[in-house]
Design a protein around this ligand. Structure first.
Ligand code: 6PG
Length: 475
């Protein structure tokens, strides 16, 4: 049966939600299930009806509405309304329609995958007229939204505190701790989510790289690869992404009967969050080469025709090779640490530049459950960042020990792969960064000399003697 607001005894909802797409619907059901009465509205009314009709017992906590006015009227003031609409212009359009209907204390929460620069702009606009606005990153896909996402909040602290009880009640739990945390003002929450996604791209790419070595270099079939990944998931690499990679490697295509992985086109899609991370890292001069390599590799993967022409011109890249599976596992451990060290350093740089004060240990903690990059290692990372948030993760004793133990294998895997023609953009980018980071006397003296030669840019000397220019003369 379909019911709309006018049919309800007016028990007001404690929160509202706009946008009943996959994520919005899942989040609304999660909120209803945790005992909060929630009013919902969708631009296409039929979607609201369908959602309500399919909500089963949870319908008792849902208030479906057929207009924005009805939505606002259905919520207890001061109101809080979550937007789950596509990132970009749709959010601005929705805010423009909603704000005039709301009171000065009413809160709009953008829970989509917004570009943090948009959130900064929207937050500034809201501040200018004295109305509250939050931008929150929500991770965990549909399953997470429905049963426990990881939530990264950004905006005025008091606005966060107002809705924190609801958000914490729907979030994933790590032990007894809800993974829903305030990351700082304005765009901080969406920024943390963006870096999460950059790391997500990098984690996925590194797994794809070792999968490629197992498939094309070691000649393992999908089921054998699944068994290797399942094994890794019992050790240091235990994580959601390793777990699901094992599961996808084990799956069979119902159409052809072949391994599912073997029938999927090798061209990766992307909505852009990984790219935003790479772009912002460049603005901040905060190196995240593993993430950049992952974005690059997705872009190259989509250039199918060129790759086919490349193979015709140069011969197939990946050749059989010999490597121990435990070296592959070690390489993944090292690569993962290097990638996260870069991601956290980038977060620190952004936090300083934008004045957010993002608590890095909290950030590691909020990623421990619910989100796509959840892993056991994040527990140790949060401990290391708690000890000293300013220290690069590779210099935290626990991770220094890991890298000492595993970087040799990373080197072996990258070298063997290079010789046998296996592309390893992410793992090799991690290794190159690591080698730069452990070289006290680097090679930028050559760059400085070149700059001085052609542009008289000057340089500092090692010996403290005066003089900032070389004896280049006129050439
Ligand atoms: C999450 C995911 C989710 C989504 C991204 C990535 O944390 O739940 O990151 O937000 O999967 O949109 O998608 P693309 O791979 O399409 O960029």
């Amino acid at each position: 049966m379909t019911v709309f607001l006018e049919d309800f005894a007016m028990e007001l909802a404690s929160i509202g939600l706009i946008g009943l797409g996959t994520m919005g619907a899942a989040l609304a059901l999660n909120i209803a299930e945790k005992g909060h009465r929630i009013a919902v509205w969708n631009r296409t009314g039929a979607v609201t009806i369908q959602f309500f009709d399919g909500a089963g017992d949870l319908a008792a906590n849902l208030v479906p509405t057929d207009s924005l006015q009805a939505l606002v009227a259905a919520i207890k003031p001061p109101r809080a309304i979550i937007l789950m609409v596509p990132a970009g212009q749709a959010v601005d359009d929705q805010i423009a329609l909603l704000r005039p209907l709301m009171g000065k204390d009413d809160l709009i929460i953008d829970a989509g995958n917004a570009n943090f620069q948009d959130t900064e702009r929207r937050a500034a606009a809201a501040e200018a007229v004295g109305v509250p606005f939050l931008g929150i990153g929500v991770s965990g896909g549909e399953e997470g939204a429905r049963h426990g996402p990881s939530i990264m909040g950004g905006g005025p602290r008091e606005a966060w505190e107002r809705v924190a009880p609801v958000l914490q009640s729907i979030a994933a739990l790590h032990g007894q701790t809800p993974c829903a945390t305030w990351m700082g003002p304005r765009g901080a929450g969406h920024f943390v989510k963006t870096v999460h996604n950059g790391i997500e791209y990098a984690d996925m790419q590194m797994i794809a790289e070792v999968y490629g070595v197992m498939r094309d270099g070691l000649g393992l079939g999908a089921l054998q690869i699944a068994a290797v990944l399942d094994g890794w998931n019992q050790g240091t690499l235990r994580s959601y992404l390793i777990e699901i990679s094992g599961a996808v490697a084990r799956a069979t295509d119902p159409v052809s009967g072949a391994a599912m992985l073997d029938v999927i086109l090798d061209a990766a899609g992307q909505k852009g969050t990984g790219r935003w991370t790479a772009i912002e890292a460049q603005h901040l001069a905060a190196p995240v080469p593993v993430i950049e390599a992952a974005v690059m590799a997705r872009n190259v993967s989509s250039r199918l025709a060129e790759r086919r022409a490349g193979e015709a011109a140069f011969g197939a890249g990946p050749q059989p090779l010999t490597l121990d599976l435990c070296d592959l596992e070690s390489a993944m451990i090292a690569g993962k640490i290097l990638c996260y060290a870069q991601g956290f350093a980038m977060l620190a740089a952004a936090s300083e530049t934008y004045g957010w004060g993002v608590p890095l240990p909290e950030c590691a903690k909020v990623w421990r459950a619910g989100c796509i990059i959840r892993s056991d290692m994040l527990d140790h990372m949060s401990a290391a960042l708690t000890e000293d948030p300013a220290r690069n993760l590779i210099l935290a004793p626990a991770f220094t020990a890991h890298l000492r133990a595993h970087h040799g294998a990373l080197r072996k895997v990258v070298a063997a792969s290079a010789l046998a023609g296996h592309a390893m953009p992410a793992l090799s980018a991690g290794l190159a960064w690591f080698d730069l980071m452990r070289t006290a006397r680097g090679t930028a003296n050559m760059i400085q000399a070149q700059r001085d030669f052609f542009g008289a840019h000057g340089f500092d000397r090692l010996d403290g003697n005066p003089g900032k220019h070389g004896p280049w003369g006129a050439h």
